[in-house]
Design a protein around this ligand. Structure first.
Ligand SMILES: [Zn+2]
Length: 313
């Protein structure tokens, strides 16, 4: 059964993750030896991206035969991503120990290792490919940061096709992490609240956000963040959608919260300014026609929360 499409960039990953093969080392080894299997190399967490064949045609992900990619940097970590719609196994492989792989190395002349956030923002790759790259980047990043056991400090080893690191010393098992972040609009009648951080581009207002803390529900995190950042009191929280956000390993949980009044007071730390906007003002902002302010582009889940509010969600 196909899920309804999620509006967010980095969601809608089309791969069958085929988790049951992760614990089948013979199957993984067979696929790694098969040049029909594909891998995307990542260098310093940047995936290989192939240039446009024709202007305006869009770029492509550098999917190459997996054995060629592994041979380019045999000590790098390989992660099994899943099986694509054509039945091909896809992998990600870390080539960060190479000095200059696109200028003078094995990938010379093929394309460039590009920042995933920039590529996503520019809309230069299909959304389904961005979703696969989000998985690849988050996984390779996790391995790069978790080489040692958090229990005893010994060096850990890759297991289960990249979905586990095992400690040979104390036998602890470590699994890839995803950090939940709530991002929310507060609404009151026909208005929604957006704030500004000092680092935002001039004129941009966005949704408030913060990490979910241990022992906290999503609803409680939304209420706490709105209270901390803007002293906004809410009485109910609805979940809208989520966005995988591999910078490095977050899951943005988009919510819309109903406030008990229009009262607010900016904390001056996380937010430097805040305002209630009417539905009409926000509709104009989505069209790029608002007077004196703008909202984040469709690349950001905040945009889709504003859009949902404007559409009466
Ligand atoms: Zn250990």
């Amino acid at each position: 059964m196909a899920l309804e499409a999620n509006p967010n960039i980095f969601a809608n990953n089309p791969l069958d993750r085929a988790g049951h093969f992760r614990t089948n080392p013979d199957w993984i080894a067979e696929k790694l030896a098969d040049s029909a299997s594909l891998a995307v190399p990542l260098w310093n967490l940047k995936p290989l991206v192939l240039p446009e064949e024709q202007p305006g045609a869009g770029k492509d992900v550098g999917w190459l035969p997996v054995n060629m990619v592994q041979a380019a940097n045999p000590s790098g970590t390989t992660v099994f991503l899943g099986i694509n719609r054509r039945g091909k196994p896809l992998f990600a492989h870390d080539v960060s120990s190479l000095k200059d792989p696109e200028g003078d190395g094995p990938f010379k002349g093929m394309g460039g290792f590009e920042d995933l956030r920039a590529v996503g923002m520019m809309g230069e790759l299909p959304n389904t490919e961005l979703a696969i790259l989000a998985q690849a980047k988050a996984m390779i990043d996790w391995h790069a940061r978790h080489g040692h056991c958090a229990v005893c400090g010994a060096q850990t080893e890759v297991a289960e096709a990249g979905y586990k690191r095992a400690c040979p010393s104390c036998k602890a098992e470590h699994f890839p992490r995803t950090d939940p972040v709530v991002i929310m609009l507060a609404t009151y009648g026909d208005k929604a609240f957006l704030g500004r951080q000092k680092i935002f581009p001039k004129g941009m207002y966005s949704a408030a956000a913060g990490f979910v803390e241990p022992g906290e529900s999503i609803e409680e995190a939304v209420a706490r963040e709105l209270d901390e950042e803007a002293k906004i009191d809410v009485k109910s929280v609805r979940y809208h959608s989520t966005q995988p956000w591999p910078f490095p390993s977050s899951l943005m949980i988009g919510c819309i919260a109903e406030a008990t009044s229009e009262d607010f007071e900016i904390d001056g730390i996380e937010l430097s300014e805040g305002r209630w906007f009417t539905r009409d003002e926000l509709a104009a902002a989505l069209d790029g026609k608002a007077d004196g302010f703008f909202v984040p582009p469709a690349f950001a889940i905040a945009h889709h929360l504003v859009k949902a509010f404007v559409e009466g969600w």
